[in-house]
Design a protein around this ligand. Sequence first.
Ligand code: ADP
Ligand code: MG
Length: 581
Amino acid sequence: MISKKIHLLPEHLIDQIKAGEVIERPASIIKEVIENSLDAGATKIDIQIRDNGLELISIEDNGEGMSFEDLPYAFCRHATSKIERFEDIYSLFSFGFRGEALASMSSIARITCTSIPKGNPENGGKIVIHAGETVAHTPYQSSKHGTSLYIKDLFYNTPARLKFIKSKTSEKGSLKRILYAFILSNPEVTFSIKWDDKEKEIYKGQIDNEQKRVKDILFKKGTPESETSLLSISGEYEDYSIHGYTSVSSSRGNAGKSHYLFINGRLFTDRQIHQTMIRNMEKFWAAGETGHYFVMIKVPPSAVDVNVHPNKTQVKFFKPSVVFSLVSAATKKGIEDFKKQYQGSTNSLLSSLQSEQRNLFSDSEQREQSLRDFYQTPFKMALDLQNSDGADLYNHQSPFTVKTSASSSFIRLSSNFALIPKSETNQFFLVNIGKLIGSFIAYNLLNRPVTQESDTTPLLISEPYQVEKGTHEEKIHDLIQFGLEIDRLDDEVIALRTIPSYLNDLPIRETLSPLFDNLDLIKKAELDDLITFFKEKYSFSSNYDIENEINLILKKLPISYFLENKAMIHITNNLLERFFI
Ligand code: ADP
Ligand code: MG
């Protein structure tokens, strides 16, 4: 029988294979870098894109900037100045990737970044990174604060990259959609975009500029713009609200149409809301036709489950009927107002609006039902879980503090062992690193089942592994139920796309390669078999500097758990004395 071992790829091959999942990735990268600029408080963002992002993505902002010293940290794993986002995975405002967007990008592209911190123009820096290697890090000065990032030759050491790109037009489509969504939802920010050698598109930022911005984006293809080309909609119900614009004109098909739905500031798609818009716009849009729309919906964060996967943009409302009725009522009211303003009112519209509002506001039974639905959703369960015994355990305070500096009292003895002094006493813990990580994963497998997509985190750049043809097909496929979503790129290569969120703080390749290398030790990808593997057969053999990660793990579970699982041994003075008797 042939060996069915899965091997970790050599570095250069990994880089090449990463190109296999280039599809849609430039758009994800654009999203990450614009978010960073907005997070940095930028009011002006200049973007340049060449060859759909493969040749160049550049972004220049006038945000807070970074200092010479901080610059390298921005490109390190786990480096973030936005820690609170990690804790907040159920909230709408946590985005999908693992707080290491810049680190992922810099591992596969040629990156140059210059940055000038606000209020400290003397202390700017420039860093050049090629495929993860820092090529230069020098001081840099300019009178203007902000950050410029040039991402060149994504997947540059992959000559075969073009083979993997499905369709250039669809890539351009997703790039445009992401860009225009940011431009629409940030009307106070000035954006410019330069595509290849085309003229710059400029969108001047201004407070209370939303309507103009919507016109700029929705009608940019030379549609005659006038007072009467946009219909505005708005409505409120309890703590739900909606506002937006639709075009009055329509045409056949969806091609070239702008359909933008935002939920609490975030772009999403929803077929039912789309249909509701079309149905309600019948008075203006001829049968079988659609126009443009831009709709912002605000709901309490607890009333929506956001799919955190960046490439999938559906959300789940806990009271969908309220949302649909609100969209419907607001659109009808918009039509009514528009007609009043420009064409005089019609009675039939008014009465249909009234019946819609009756539906929405006075059906207490329907409201109670929605409430019942709400309490039965998996989302609610996920929140409850945080207060259950298991999760209390999870939040247990450890005696260790997370160290961020290099000055360390963590003593690495070998790839698998470390000593950690117990604070303020002369005692130590001897840590078996593999057992600690393995038992941490086993605990989570058992206590934090992956039941919805927010329990998993997508990887911006997938981790590739080489496998032999037909290897472990079923096991690989079945791992998805534990949050390990894996695609086959070809006969011999698999790509890990998502991880369960409890692995967020661990180095993925180092942590999971023992699993993929030893799949033959597991009979089936079932809970019991996996727990046995991680508790008994898992080992960590990398020299990766794991100190921070271990400290994070020790913050999440009580020491007693690791002592019971023989992942740590408590070394007291008494014990030491005994060695010398
Ligand atoms: P995250 O955004 O989740 O923190 P990133 O890898 O995207 O992770 O960025 C890492 C860090 O780099 C950010 O937390 C921020 O401190 C810094 N950073 C990134 N882009 C910018 C920018 N355009 N301006 C200022 N700081 C930035
Ligand atoms: Mg970011």
